[in-house]
Design a binder for this molecule. Structure first.
Ligand code: ADE
Ligand code: ZN
Length: 326
């Protein structure tokens, strides 16, 4: 209990959080009814029962369907505000969150509706909750590079609201190289880059994210340990890995938390961080992830402090801003 209290009290930075993955079933039902949208579930318990995943794709199918209740700017605001209140209760002081505009624009929702709703909540979070934040636009890698480029076109008028672009959705079969051109353009426009890699995909996808997409961080990256020369590169450059322990178990990347390689990553000298990914779907926010992984891997206070420090080091904040948190 002393350890759990220590973890709860730590100031945290969250760097791998899909805002659509923070949509709790209760709010999903409320938005469905507000917008006259029918859901394939009869009750909250029915939703929870459906959240039994066998791999990444089995989750994505359900996650994209859940996002269909988001229609108006207010819906995106309410979802983001609900996350920020949870984040505050978890001791989160800084968050860099992902959003998936194509999940919405492909249903006829304007890009502006999505980004404005999320951004307004982030502004209120800074003013009313003292949580600093940044927004990362993720391209859906199962869609084409041309569709990603079209999305970047729609985003550029709102560039001042974004810090980076990222890459998510179905990993295997969609290597980073597919998006070389759009990431190159995003960088020329002044945006940073990150990418999901080495979650289900092989170490080669992590190499591609580093060398072709020029990413500042790798999202997940747990499969890096299969390639010693890759581990050497990640350690030498202190490339942060945004690891999501409860997600990895729910999506069967690891059989159980006890089998997770987070401690190994830290022992290798890598800049690993702990994050929640899609907390409404995977059963826990950032504190739950830290408490669960501390217990499963018997991490000591020094390891927990290292994880918390790593997150602020890995954040897209100036040296001066980091100093105020560290
Ligand atoms: N979209 C939301 N969560 C994701 C994950 N863990 N991997 C890939 N795409 C995602
Ligand atoms: Zn993710």
């Amino acid at each position: 209990a002393a350890m759990a209290d220590f973890i709860r009290g730590l100031p945290k930075a969250e760097l791998h959080l899909h805002i659509e993955g923070s949509l709790e079933p209760e709010l999903m039902f409320e938005l469905a009814s507000r917008n006259g949208i029918s859901l394939p579930y009869s009750s909250i318990e029915d939703v929870r029962r459906a959240y039994a995943f066998t791999n990444l794709q089995s989750f994505l199918d359900i996650y994209y369907r859940g996002a269909c209740v988001l229609v108006h700017e207010r819906d995106f605001y309410d979802m983001t505000w609900a996350y920020l209140k949870r984040a505050q209760a978890n001791g989160v002081r800084h968050v860099e969150l992902f959003f998936d505009p194509q999940t919405h624009t492909d249903r006829g929702i304007a890009f502006e509706t999505v980004v404005t709703g999320i951004d307004r909540a982030l502004q209120d979070g800074r003013e009313q909750l003292g949580i600093s934040s940044g927004l990362i636009l993720c391209f859906l890698r199962h869609l084409s590079a041309a569709a990603a480029m079209e999305t970047l076109d729609q985003a550029l008028p709102f560039k001042d609201k974004l810090i980076a672009v990222g890459l998510d959705s179905s990993e295997v079969g969609h290597p980073p190289e597919k998006f070389a051109e759009v990431f190159d353009r995003a960088q020329r426009e002044g945006l940073l880059t990150v990418a999901h890699a080495g979650e289900e995909g092989p170490p080669e996808y992590i190499w591609g994210a580093l060398d072709v997409l020029k990413v500042s961080r790798i999202d997940h990256g747990v499969r890096c340990v299969e390639d010693p020369s890759l581990v050497q590169r990640l350690r030498a450059d202190q490339v942060p890995l945004t690891v999501c322990p409860l997600s990895n178990v729910k999506l069967r990347v690891f059989d159980c938390l006890e089998a997770h390689n987070l401690k190994h990553l830290l022992d290798l000298g890598l800049c690993a961080t702990v994050n929640s990914d899609d907390p409404a779907y995977f059963g826990g926010y950032i504190t739950d992830n830290l408490v669960a992984v501390q217990q499963a891997l018997n991490l000591d206070r020094e390891a927990i402090s290292q994880l918390a420090r790593n997150a602020f080091e890995a954040a897209f904040l100036s040296r001066e801003q980091k100093q105020t948190y560290l």
